[in-house]
Design a protein around this ligand. Structure first.
Ligand SMILES: Cc1ncc(COP(=O)(O)O)c(C=O)c1O
Length: 437
């Protein structure tokens, strides 16, 4: 599909109906296993000498369409669908480290990823150096240690929508022989394609904007053009394994057997095969349906985000600050101009001036904005991040992550902007602020 533009690929990429009984919709291959024409057939598929499927924990035709489509949308070489965004985050880190070493990341990331990096991974032999988004290039560089295996960042951070200079980070990572992994969940490939800015691996929670309808949990890892995985730093891609043996039982390394996509092959053949966070074909189809309207949804959600910001600016009595990278006073405005010409995501945060009681009233009073956590959805949400999506963080960690106690996060959906504004207006009033508009 390389010759087609984004909107064509998002509807048709990775799928040829002629290969699926002319079915116009991508069929759900609800099967655990696949029949083989004898051992030869099985062995050819196993050795990669013939395309085919062995077992749905490792690959499935419905999931494969999603993988091919997201890879094409991002300009990647290959992708792998997984059971959740957290599976995509954790598998990408396990795959790059091979089970030991360090990752350089920031404190301004999704609470689940923060917890994973802070609490679980160190006990599995992978340590993290978490620095601030605002660190200078010198500080970034100073934190790359002998055993650092990758830089991991979010292109638009959760919840604060903080941006980074991805071109510069990719250059820095490469100058140290390590890849840049970007969690592009908030942006989606419609707003930003990290591989075009030097990133090597992209991860998604497909639960969010990729799907956009909040009816499935899923994740995707996309691999860009082959990274130079050196043997010294990444021996696991060079070690010969029985699992990647050829047709004649000669052991091969991932770099040898899958030169174009060693990372994806490693995730599929080891992590997915053994740890098993497989994406269900049912959920893959829901995500594929959601993807068909990605551009249309996100562009209207951006328009709604901008209208809500204009409204919030009129509510200085209840709103102490607004954070969105496009705002004139945002420190991220230059990066928004450079990287996000079509909008800097569909999530914004603001400071609420009320006390705890008023906050509870506000959150209970909204009739359209749901009090829930799934951003990027067609349905708008309002949530107090420090107590919910980032509730895993201790008070000092919240402060270091730049998440103030008064933070309210909005994710804008596809409703009518006037109704959304009226909903906030009546909720502010229920919380004890006068009606203005
Ligand atoms: C930026 C980001 N990455 C990863 C995840 C994890 O995704 P999932 O909930 O699909 O496991 C989330 C979830 O909110 C997220 O916001």
């Amino acid at each position: 599909m390389a010759e087609y533009k984004f909107d064509t690929v998002k509807v048709r990429g990775g799928y040829n109906s002629r290969e699926h009984n002319n079915s116009v919709a991508v069929p759900i291959y609800a099967t655990a296993a696949y029949d083989f024409d004898g051992y030869d057939h099985f062995n050819r598929i196993r050795a990669g000498a013939e395309l085919g499927y062995l077992y749905t924990r490792v690959a499935n035709p419905t999931v494969a369409v999603l993988e091919a489509r997201v890879a094409a949308l991002d300009g990647g070489v290959a992708a792998i669908g997984l059971a959740s965004g957290m599976a995509a985050v954790s598998y990408s880190i396990l795959a790059v480290t091979g089970g030991n070493g360090r990752i350089l990341s920031t404190k301004q990331i999704y609470g689940g990823s923060f917890d994973l990096e802070n609490d679980l991974f160190p006990s599995l032999g992978v340590d993290f150096d978490l620095i601030s988004h605002k660190s200078s290039p010198d500080e970034w560089e100073a934190n790359i240690k002998e055993d650092t295996k990758a830089i991991f960042v979010e292109s638009i951070s959760n919840p604060g929508a903080k941006l980074l200079d991805i071109d510069a980070l990719a250059e820095l990572a490469h100058s140290h022989g390590i890849p840049l992994i970007v969690d592009n969940t908030f942006a989606t490939p419609y707003l930003f394609r990290p591989l075009e800015h030097g990133a090597d691996i992209v991860v998604y929670s497909a639960t969010k904007g990729l799907n956009g309808h909040g009816n499935a949990i899923g994740g995707v890892i996309v691999e860009g053009k082959p990274f130079a995985w050196t043997e010294k730093k990444f021996p696991h891609f060079h070690k010969r394994h029985w699992v990647t043996r050829d047709l004649h039982d000669e052991e091969r390394s991932f770099a040898e057997a899958f030169a174009q996509m060693p990372f994806t092959a490693y995730v599929r053949t080891t992590l997915l095969a053994y740890l098993g966070a497989a994406l269900s074909p049912y959920d893959a189809q829901l995500i594929l349906i959601g993807l068909e309207t990605l551009s249309e949804r996100v562009s209207k959600q951006i328009a709604n985000t901008r209208k809500i910001i204009e409204y919030l600016k009129t509510r200085e009595d209840a709103v102490s600050w607004i954070s969105y990278p496009e705002l004139e006073d945002s420190e991220y405005k230059p990066l928004a101009n450079k990287y996000f010409p079509n909008g800097a995501g569909t999530v914004l945060t603001f400071g609420f001036k009320g006390n705890d009681e008023q906050l509870n009233k506000l959150l209970k009073a909204t009739k359209i904005f749901g009090y829930q956590v799934n951003v990027g959805d067609a349905k708008s949400l309002i949530v107090n991040s420090p107590k919910t999506t980032h509730g895993e963080l201790r008070p000092h960690e919240l402060a270091e992550a730049d998440i103030r106690p008064d933070t309210i996060r909005l994710s804008l959906g596809l409703e009518d902007a006037e109704d959304l504004i009226a909903d906030l207006e009546q909720a502010f009033s229920e919380a004890g602020f006068k009606t203005i508009n």
